[in-house]
Design a protein around this ligand. Sequence first.
Ligand code: SF4
Length: 334
Amino acid sequence: MNDIVISASGLRKSFPLSRGLIERISRQPALAVHALNDVSFALYRGETLGIVGESGCGKSTLARCLVRLHELDHGEIHFEGRDIAALAGSARRAFNRRVQMIFQDPYSSLNPRMTVRAILTEALSVHAMRAAAEIPARIAELLDLVRLPQDAADRYPHAFSGGQRQRIGIARALAVEPEVLVADELVSALDLSVQAQVVNLLLDLQQRLDLTVVFVAHDLRLVRHISHRVAVMYLGKIVEIGPSESLFTASQHPYTRALLAAAPELDPSKRSRKIAAKGELPSPIHPPTGCLFNTRCPYAFERCFTERPQLSDRSANHQAACHLTHFDEKDSVK
Ligand code: SF4
């Protein structure tokens, strides 16, 4: 797993808030939600990288930046060594085909006036993936791939359950034979039993088609199940990244430990500390100075309020952004 497909460095993205009349008259400075605060990572060919964090941590913004649905304020994303912001013409179209996003909401991402056949035909035609005569056979293949019956082709999205609609969304993404799939909260709108089916399908497809997958979710159990590596985000920054098992059994950041302690389904015997993050998530409009986690961290000390920690090596391929390298429960500030 040494071949880097996507590398991201120093990503920053803010969304300006609209100002009311009083703010404009009194010339108060414009405020912005800081969604990404210096995100860097590499995505290796053939891996599934899970991105996990609380709602509002920036993971969906990151997913959208990876497929250029959002333009960055700062930083660069390279796909196979080329800056995606500089891609134009046929190179941009090739990137759009090779890196596909699957959206969170299967209810709104499919055109209700198009049959599944029309949806897939459109996807196949946009990038001229097949000659017209070959399209019916390819649609049959795609339905097989996502385990939908052949008669699904002539039905409309409203005739399907949520899980089936998400399969249609996956088939649409696969129609253009991508190499990278970015799945943003793919199953969070689905019932638990259906979630497992869709996640298992994605696992199977990843192996059969040799896909590289970015799997964005807030559910730790799902991320652990599906990912080779996991990145934990907090207030727009990756605070820990490492191999899935190592991150779940030997987490190196107090926030990851808090997330694990708050996940009742995980095996308690595998948790080294029961630490919960105190207080509320700070506003992304005014993120804390120093360590972004300092307002909730039970270990925070003086340096944490002045200096923002950067990711540093903890073990093989495992990095964490914390000034501490060992956590002793007696050192925690209650
Ligand atoms: Fe906690 Fe300080 Fe580490 Fe941040 S740097 S996670 S505040 S101990």
